[in-house]
Ligand binder design. Structure first.
Ligand code: MRU
Length: 352
């Protein structure tokens, strides 16, 4: 059985509390937008696609209970609530793009005199619900395009050894995963020899979540700490790095979990292809380059403590950016559900 980060049936939404993984499996009920904002902000659910889906579903839950019969008021409330959800975490663009699309839909439905308030509600909720299946389909397509690209460029013994960073699997999406979807697809092709996943300090998405998914899927894998990446590439032949994305700018610069940038530099030095796997919903064509991406800074406590246990010297100050930006020049290809694009040609491919 594959892991389920989001459990949804009309009127009922639960998310797997990722703060408790891997030691406890507990689902948390999301009863509306306020809960949606909190579970995203506290990172009980995380990963760019999962953030967007849970945020929008939390609105669907609230609308399902709402008996408002004034479409203008519904439209206004929807816009306000979506903007509020977008504010829960600033870097991943998926929720912002989803909110813009849903606000457009609300405008159209509200303006159409042939649409009753009930039909407005039904069509709006249906549109949110369709995000779940679409995300899984997109991830499967990303998986197979990524697998194909990596196998095509494979040198040496024909066996694939992949390095990944952070968590991009079923837990970060509606299912299957993006970069971890590529790994799943390579595993299914029987060409995958081994996966290395970084611990991903300070939040440890790699050690807690990716390692958990890899063990669950019985994919041969080894955990390394973040500072071992250069040694790994020097001593063990890595075929490719595959990571996810929180926001890709129009020029291909990519914001992803802190530490991604240094892995890309090390990969370039060692001649290892570096791929970003991301759905089109992670691409922000409104930003010309990565330096315009807002980087979330998280509380010091995520660095100074592990659980309740303090590991850093009391009194030390901390800097805790949650993401960094990898320049397009370090990226071999961006793997999307429409194919693998060279980063510098992204706008050409996306706009055509
Ligand atoms: O802070 P997080 O855990 O939400 O960060 C997650 C990442 O950086 C992922 O690589 C990215 O969101 C892609 S998830 C498919």
């Amino acid at each position: 059985m594959s892991l389920e980060s989001i459990r949804y049936k009309r009127g009922n939404l639960e998310i797997l509390d990722q703060l408790l993984l891997p030691l406890q499996t507990r689902y948390v009920k999301v009863q509306g937008v306020e809960d949606g904002w909190k579970v995203i902000n506290k990172m009980q659910v995380r990963g760019a696609p999962a953030i967007a889906i849970v945020g929008c579903l939390s609105l669907a839950i609230e609308l399902e209970r709402d008996n408002c019969s004034d479409k203008k008021i519904m439209r206004q409330e929807i816009e306000g609530k979506l903007n509020y959800l977008v504010s829960a975490r600033p870097t991943a663009v998926n929720i912002k793009l989803a909110a813009e699309e849903l606000i457009n839909l609300a405008n159209v439905l509200s303006a159409d005199e042939n649409v009753s308030p009930n039909e407005f509600k039904e069509r709006f909720i249906n549109s949110i619900e369709s995000m779940l299946a679409k995300d899984i389909d997109d991830n499967k397509a990303i998986g197979s395009y990524g697998c194909e690209a990596i196998l095509k460029n494979l040198e040496g013994d024909g066996q694939v050894r992949i390095l990944t960073h952070c968590n991009t699997g079923s837990l970060a999406t509606a299912g299957y995963g993006t970069a971890l979807g590529v790994i799943r697809s390579l595993h299914a092709s029987k060409k995958l020899e081994h996966v290395y996943c970084t611990e991903t300090r300070p939040y440890n998405q790699g050690a807690r979540l990716t390692a958990y998914e890899l063990v669950h899927e019985k994919i041969p894998a080894t955990l390394i700490v973040d500072s071992m990446v250069s040694a790994l590439m020097h001593l063990r032949k890595i075929s490719a790095v595959v990571v996810g994305a929180d926001r890709v700018a129009a020029n291909g610069d990519t914001a992803n979990k802190i530490g991604t940038y240094q892995i890309a530099i090390v990969a370039k030095y060692h001649g290892v292809p570096f791929y970003v796997a991301a759905p089109l919903t992670s691409i922000d064509m409104s930003l010309t380059s990565g330096d315009k991406i807002k980087i979330e800074e998280r509380p010091d406590r995520e660095m100074t403590h592990i659980g309740e246990h303090r590991i850093a010297a009391p009194g030390i100050s901390c800097w805790n950016p949650s993401f960094d930006v990898t320049p397009a020049s370090l990226i071999t290809g961006i793997i999307t559900e429409k194919g693998v694009f060279p980063p510098e040609k992204l706008s050409e491919y996306i706009l055509t």
